[in-house]
Ligand binder design. Structure first.
Ligand code: 2YC
Length: 293
């Protein structure tokens, strides 16, 4: 059970110890098994998203970026995806997966044949207008013409809030729990409040908790006993398999950008149309929609 002396020191949910990410925003690093086969399953994942939200990924990304679907279709910007070898280096299938999502949305996209600076040179001299690239700190889309720069964390938050909003039929004055106040969670809190939702947050980092409370955000202290009070949950945490049906609201709907997936496998399967989760698709599609403006 929970460690009494410091409520946030050791937190167990459904028996699993919530891990404390490194100080600051621990960027969750994808593994090749998270994204293997993504290209072949683009159509299938789009269909699953549409069943849950009523929106295709193109429509969802347009809504999340505040552009019309026609605007999203109109522009034929040439896109480059550049492999970056810094830090922990290349993730197998990462750049190919990003390219396949952009191509699926109808944009000409190419992975550069060279990495890093040479890859940027190749993209610019080949007349690409938007470049996608990620190191271990940031994953960005950069529009060379308009100088618009988009961060994957913000885009992912916007995409998943739009998905939860659509799945729920509208979050205005609804209670929503955001799990995790990192890069994605913080933008999600902001976007949800913009929609008029009553946002409450669970976060294990005491400094982040203090910062949230300072700006008037309600932080719940005991996630285990509070989960079933929320019909809408956005899980932006790197905590695996802590959301179990037994602890959840009977009509719960979950948008889960967090990697690894916060739902237990059986909960993920049984929620089917009431859960949205993917490793890259919604985030990349929303980055593109935000970057082409
Ligand atoms: O293959 C490459 O070019 C690597 N440098 C890519 C590293 C991506 C690290 N970031 C992540 O895995 C996650 C993604 C889900 C998006 C944000 N962080």
């Amino acid at each position: 059970m929970r460690n009494k002396e410091h409520p946030l020191k050791e937190v167990r949910v459904s028996g699993r110890l919530m891990k404390r990410p490194k100080e600051g925003d621990a960027m969750t690093r994808l593994t090749e098994k998270d994204i293997f086969g993504l290209e072949e399953s683009m159509g299938q994942s789009d269909l699953k998203l549409t069943k849950a939200t009523g929106l295709t990924i193109r429509k969802l990304a347009s809504l999340a970026a505040g552009i019309t679907e026609e605007e999203f279709c109109l522009r034929s910007r040439k896109v480059a995806v550049i492999p970056i070898t810094s830090g922990e280096g290349i993730i197998p299938y990462f750049t190919d997966s990003v390219r396949s999502i952009i191509s699926y949305l109808g944009y000409p996209a190419e992975v550069m044949s060279t990495n890093d600076v040479a890859g940027i040179y190749e993209a610019v001299t080949d007349g690409k207008e938007i470049i996608f690239m990620a190191d271990d700190q940031r994953f960005i889309a950069f529009n060379l013409r308009t100088k618009t720069i988009v961060d994957n964390g913000e885009a992912t938050a916007r995409g998943y809030v739009a998905a939860l909003n659509s799945m729920s039929g509208g979050l205005n004055s609804q209670k929503v729990l955001v799990v995790g106040a990192g890069e994605v969670g913080r933008t999600a809190i902001f976007c949800l409040r913009e929609l008029g939702a009553n946002v409450e947050v669970y976060e294990i980092n005491p400094q982040k908790v203090a910062n949230l409370e300072k700006i008037g955000i309600k932080v719940i202290k005991d996630i285990e006993s509070s989960l079933q009070n929320f019909q809408y949950i956005l899980d932006a945490s790197p905590q695996a398999a802590f959301l179990d049906l037994a602890n959840l609201h009977p009509e719960v709907m979950i948008a889960a950008p967090g990697i690894p997936l916060g739902l237990t496998p059986e909960t993920y399967l049984s929620l089917e149309k009431r859960v949205v989760h993917d490793p890259l698709q919604i985030g990349v599609a929303t980055m593109l929609a935000l970057a082409i403006i």
